[in-house]
Design a protein around this ligand. Structure first.
Ligand code: TXA
Ligand code: MG
Length: 316
């Protein structure tokens, strides 16, 4: 474990080269993606991947997403069927993760797949992520760069608030534009939605010309990292609040009088991009009880509601 303060690398060629070098040396660097900051390490290096789990305090049965600079790099590690090809062509680079059969000679650490015969892979749509992946030239395993169970980070400050001293560095690229994690789809047989996220499911089914199996369908493979309690702020969370109760702070959506508002104009894209920053802000305010305005279950609203449901779930 590292106890020295984590370094903050700058968003320039020097910072990019430093981040790639830390990965080459088996270290941990958090990098911005369009969704959230990812805590990256060389996906082929067992020790480096083990350090991710250690830094996050994460149960080791949760498999990780591998990040690559383009589709050709993903094809080194995974088998793409027609559906997977179509989705990758349409949505990469972007906030879509594909769970695909792993090739036997992929060379990916077993700690990344947690023993599964599938691999989650994505091509992030962020210039810094792309540049540092290209400079490194190999597959990078990267979960969201937060302590296990806590709110995902959308700024370098969020990363350091949770992981300072536990990782080598963070590459500071400012705020992540999408703000919620990638949508996860398994293309092993009938395409199945494992997690809602930055690409709306409506866009995926339009691209495939058929609906996806839903996460609660018995034929859908499980995403083992989908813990009931996750994204938890310090305070309790109550959803679909149309009025405030004694002692509550309102996390608003739309034209309501709220202490913190995801989007006063009711824009779901803005709300997604601000979701985790607003939860971090409520922590900083010391909010003990958080009430959340209703949010429509369409487009990015599905991903926002999924995250808020986990934030509100009973905690161990
Ligand atoms: O936007 C994102 O996806 C971010 C950025 C950093 O890329 N990453 C992210 O990673 O959200 P993480 O580790 O917080 O979530 C990964 C999810 C977990 O729910 C995990 O169970 C699932 O992906 N997963 C990974 N490999 C899988 C596999 N082979 N089969 C099913 N689910 C898998
Ligand atoms: Mg996460």
């Amino acid at each position: 474990m590292t106890f020295a303060p984590s370094r903050r690398l700058t968003a320039d060629p020097r910072g990019i080269a430093q981040a790639a070098q830390i990965w080459a040396d088996g270290g941990l660097v958090a990098v911005p993606t369009e969704t959230v900051y990812g805590l990256g390490a060389d996906a082929r290096d067992d020790t480096a991947v083990a350090r991710i789990y250690e830094a996050k305090g994460r149960p080791s049965f949760n498999p990780l997403i591998v990040h690559v600079p383009d589709l050709a790099a993903a094809e080194i590690y995974c088998v793409f069927n027609d559906d997977a090809q179509r989705l990758a062509q349409a949505f990469w680079p972007g906030a879509l993760t594909l769970v695909l059969p792993i090739k036997p000679d992929a060379g990916i650490s077993k700690l990344v797949t947690a023993g599964l015969n599938t691999l989650a892979v994505r091509v992030p749509d962020h210039p810094l992520a792309r540049d540092v992946l290209t400079a490194f030239g190999g597959p990078i395993a990267a979960p969201s760069a937060n302590p296990s169970g806590r709110i995902s980070p959308t700024t370098a400050d969020h990363v350091l608030a949770g992981l300072d001293g536990r990782i080598d560095a963070v590459l500071d690229g400012g705020a992540c534009p999408v703000g919620v994690e990638s949508t996860i789809v398994a293309c092993v047989g009938v395409p199945a939605l494992l997690r809602t996220g930055g690409v709306p499911v409506e866009a995926l089914s339009a691209c495939l010309g058929q609906p996806l199996l839903q996460p609660d369908d018995p034929d859908t493979p499980q995403a083992p990292g989908q813990l009931a309690s996750h994204y938890a702020p310090q305070g309790t969370v109550r959803l679909n609040a149309t009025e405030l109760r004694e002692g509550e702070v309102l996390l608003g959506f739309g034209p309501v009088d709220a202490d913190v508002n995801l989007s006063p104009s009711g824009d779901l894209i803005e709300a997604a991009s601000r979701l985790f920053a607003c939860l971090h802000q409520l922590d900083e305010m010391g909010a003990a009880h958080i009430a959340v305005s209703p949010i429509p279950q369409i487009g990015l609203g599905a991903a926002i509601n999924d995250r808020l449901k986990r934030a509100a779930a009973p905690r161990d």
